[in-house]
Structures are given as C-alpha cells and as structure tokens.
Design a protein around this ligand. Structure first.
Ligand SMILES: Nc1nc2c(c(=O)[nH]1)N[C@@H](CN(C=O)c1ccc(C(=O)N[C@@H](CCC(=O)O)C(=O)O)cc1)CN2
Length: 284
C-alpha cells in the first residue's frame, strides 16, 4: 500500500523548530521581519498571503502586509521595494506572484535585494544555487527535498524525472536533486515519449500544471511521486497534476493535494526568513 507523504505534518514540525529558534533569537534581541506585498486581489493569492501571515504570527516573525490595488504601477511597486530594501528593520521581502499583466515580473524580482529575497527568485540567488554558494533557495523545491529527507526517502543515485521547467519549481528542483547526487532528467512540452521517460523515474516530480495529467501509464511500479500541481476540479475540490486514485496501488509513496507540497512552500519561506538574518549578519 502506498505511503502518503504528510506535508501538513512535516511543515508543522519545521515551523515548530523555527519557532524555538526565533524565541532564542528574540532573547538575544534579534527580531525577524518579513514584508509581504500583494498587488490586486486574486483569490488564490489572497489565500496564500493569508497563510503566510498566519505562519509568521505562529512562529514569531513580524509581518508587514502591503495590499496594493490592481492599478498599482510598476514604478510605484519598485519605489516600495526600494524603500523596503533600505529599511534595516526588514529582513525579507516577497511579492506574491503572479503580479498583474501590466507589471513586468522580471523587473520586480530583480529589484528585491538578493539578501532580502526570501523567495530565492533573484538571479543572484539562482546562480548561488547552481554553484553551491550561500543564498536563498526557492521555497517549493526546497520543501520537496525536506519532504523526501524527512520521510527517509533516499535520493542519492536515484533516477529523478522533473516534469516542468519553470524558474520557480522545475529548474531549481533539478539542481537540488542533482546536489543530492540523483540522476536528473527535466521534461517539458517538447519532450518526446514523455510516458517512457516518466516510467524510468524512481522519483517523479509532477509540475506540469494540468489537472490529473499523470495516470498509471506514466508511473514505474514502486516510484515515489511528488505532486506540485494545485487545481480546482469540476466539483470545486482541490486536485493535483496526478490522478491519485489511478496510481495509488502502483506507487510506494505519494504527496496528497491538498496537504502535500503546498504547506511546505510556506514552511520553507519561514526557514528563509530566519536564514535572512544569518546571511545579513555575515554579508552586510
Ligand atoms: N512570491 C511567491 N509567489 C508564489 C509562490 C511563491 O513561492 N512565492 N508560489 C505559489 C503560491 N504559493 C505561495 O506563494 C503557495 C501555493 C499553495 C500553498 C498551499 O499551502 N496550498 C494548500 C492548499 C491551499 C488552498 O488553496 O486551500 C495545499 O496544497 O495543501 C501555499 C503556497 C505561486 N506564487
């Protein structure tokens, strides 16, 4: 029977570890502050931002919320980021994605100071990930590594297939798996024989962005399946990129949606906020 990898439980463990660490930091007079910026009111983004604020409150991080109207210009957003970059009392800055179409996402990501870029999206942090230097790692792939490690799933020497090549998930995921000595294949919309490639995977990371795309035809018996997708089905229920009912008897372990990768994204954001204090002490 397949083992369900419990992202809710593992993320709670991480948050509790951080809560203890932050309490110790506070005793020594250090406070951790995260600025969370949301432009517009996309309902899913509002849920994620709300959950980030709740996580901050739980573990003892001070959060500053900036809820900006949809009409905010790129220049206004850049001005706010510049202000926050220069504030000594702000350790982390994040702009919830996606931003409205009239704002260039790349300009925003590049405007956040790399030492405050707790999302790990700035090119300097992406470069550090590739070369193995200190920096922030994108929260979703970092969370997936924690899910695997804390579930005692061996990565070293395994065939890992990542389906999806986004800058936020697919590419950093591949680098992190490589760092753990996996043999990594990245697949995308031009990949030939996707089913055959996926069937080679000991660990399959499904981040294709299509509801219930992966059925048993894509899965090797005994594979570990990590489902990064979040969609609403016809009944308005959350589902992932994987057709879990179809693959359940085939896999050795799988992440549920909800309650798998999603909560880990927020736990790793909290981790990065604590990491921000450490990096800022050594590098500023
Ligand atoms: N600035 C950023 N923007 C976005 C990121 C990011 O890491 N930084 N990632 C995603 C959204 N995201 C975090 O922001 C995120 C997505 C999902 C979850 C989550 O906990 N999902 C729950 C279900 C929640 C629900 O819809 O009810 C789950 O899977 O159990 C957390 C964070 C895009 N934007």
């Amino acid at each position: 029977m397949a083992f369900l990898i419990d992202g809710k439980k593992i993320s709670s463990q991480i948050k509790d570890e951080l809560k203890t660490e932050i309490a110790e930091m506070k005793k020594k007079g250090t406070e951790v502050t995260l600025a969370v910026i949301q432009v517009g009111n996309d309902p899913a983004s509002s849920v994620y931002v709300g959950n980030k604020k709740k996580a901050c409150a739980y573990i003892g991080i001070r959060s500053l919320a900036y809820e900006l109207p949809e009409s905010t210009t790129e220049m206004e957003l850049l001005t706010l980021i510049d202000e926050l970059n220069n504030r000594k009392d702000v350790n982390g800055i994040l702009v919830q994605l996606p931003v409205p179409a009239h704002i260039n996402e790349k300009h925003i990501i590049e405007a956040i100071h790399p030492l405050k870029d707790v999302d790990g999206f700035h090119p300097r942090n992406v470069g550090a990930l590739v070369t193995g230097e200190d920096g922030f790692v994108s929260c979703t792939p970092a969370g997936i590594i924690q899910l695997l490690k804390r579930s005692n799933i061996d990565i070293d020497g395994k065939e890992c297939v990542v389906v999806g090549r986004s800058n936020i998930v697919g590419k950093p995921m591949a680098i992190l798996l490589l760092r753990e000595n996996a043999t990594v294949t990245i697949c995308h919309s031009h990949t030939k024989d996707l089913k055959e490639v996926c069937k080679r995977a000991d660990i399959l990371v499904a981040a294709i962005g299509k509801p219930k795309f992966f059925n048993r035809d894509y899965i090797k018996e005994g594979a570990v399946v990590i489902d990064v997708g979040i969609h609403r089905n016809e009944q308005n229920k959350l589902c992932g990129d994987v057709d879990r009912d179809d693959v359940m008897d085939l896999v050795s372990a799988i992440t549920p949606v909800p309650g798998g990768v999603g909560p880990m994204t927020i736990a790793m954001l909290m981790y990065n906020c604590v990491e921000a204090v450490r990096l800022q002490k050594t590098e500023r």
